[in-house]
Design a protein around this ligand. Structure first.
Ligand code: C2E
Ligand code: MG
Ligand code: MG
Ligand code: MG
Length: 290
């Protein structure tokens, strides 16, 4: 009898959890719509640096949601939901415009010579939409940003999922001098034999590989191989999730050009990012370079 009632109790508990989960998702969805209308989103900017001299090369724009009731909600939680509901397209439009406006304002303030690149994440839904290119043209025209200052990040699965259509779209983006990055490389089912068919400029090595590098030689060899593959295909390499100097030393020895991670900086508010740009224009202290 005890076992049975325990079992039943557990079942009810599980049901309750599922119910609460569904409720939470439904609520989140309507709050997501609300957030878009009430400007609860904000972009943070994480520096990407040249490993050779730790010079600032640009930023990745990362969305943040500050919900008045729930507080901070991670994009890991709401981006997948936004994708499922199609809201990602409207959110993505906002991100694109906001990131370009911010870049333009920094170019005005610090001069285009700083040559900062703005990396923007693009979801597969955005690529599928027929009007992506028109929207981009409009944003570039409205903000006055040149395509060559923009990098669009797409994941491997987006790339592999859609074949020829994606290749055509990506070529149109390249025709505007927009650079293209593969995000989280190594995380998905990468079809290595396919990679050369896509007009990609930058390969971003997934954080998991960078993290594992300190665990032993075979992990280092994996990163070495990815880096060599990228270079063979004329791509530059960005290591994601760099957290230690030891990782930097290994990455440099492997010929990886760029790094992004907490060692250099967490994602920053626009104001903090602006201070970082200003500081990067000062001569580099000798100590920081050793
Ligand atoms: P992602 O594009 O791969 O972005 C990098 C993520 O790694 C960011 O998480 C960043 O804060 C985190 N990160 C950076 N350095 C380190 C590090 O040293 N250690 C660790 N543990 N993490 C680090 P975040 O900001 O939470 O974003 C998560 C994901 O959400 C992004 O992964 C991206 O897939 C998605 N995302 C964020 N903003 C947008 C957006 O505007 N549009 C779309 N479609 N997706 C977005
Ligand atoms: Mg990204
Ligand atoms: Mg990434
Ligand atoms: Mg990611």
């Amino acid at each position: 009898y005890r076992a049975k009632s325990e079992g039943k109790g557990r079942y009810v508990l599980f049901d309750q959890e599922m119910y609460e989960q569904t409720l939470r998702l439904t609520q989140l969805e309507s709050e997501l719509r609300h957030a878009l209308e009430h400007q609860e989103f904000e972009l943070y900017y994480q520096p990407i640096v040249l490993l050779e001299n730790y010079q600032l090369s640009g930023f990745e724009a990362l969305i943040r949601w500050k919900n008045p009731k729930r507080g901070f909600i991670s994009p890991i939680e709401f981006i997948p939901l936004a994708e499922d509901t199609g809201l990602i397209v409207a959110i993505g439009d906002w991100v694109l415009k906001e990131a370009c406006q911010q870049l333009k304002s920094w170019q005005n303030q610090f001069g285009e010579a700083t040559n900062l690149k703005m990396s923007i994440n693009l979801s597969s839904h955005q690529i599928q939409k027929a009007d992506l290119i028109d929207k981009l043209d409009l944003v570039l025209a409205e903000t006055g940003v040149n395509g060559n200052a923009i990098r669009l990040e797409i994941t491997e699965s987006t790339l592999m999922d859609q074949g020829e259509l994606t290749i055509a779209k990506l070529s149109q983006l390249r025709a505007r001098n927009i650079q293209l990055s593969i995000d989280d490389f190594g995380q998905g089912y990468s079809s290595l034999s396919y990679l050369h068919r896509f007009p990609i400029n930058i390969l971003k090595i997934d954080r998991a590989f960078v993290e594992q590098m300190t665990e032993g030689n075979e992990h280092i060899e994996i990163v070495r191989t990815i880096t060599m593959l990228a270079h063979t295909l004329n791509m530059s390499v960005v290591a994601e999730g760099v957290e230690t100097q030891h990782q930097v030393d290994i990455l440099k020895s492997l010929g990886c050009e760029f790094g992004q991670g907490y060692l250099f900086s967490h994602p920053l508010s626009a104001i903090a990012a602006e201070q970082t740009i200003a500081a990067s224009l000062l001569p580099i202290p000798v100590k920081a370079m050793s």
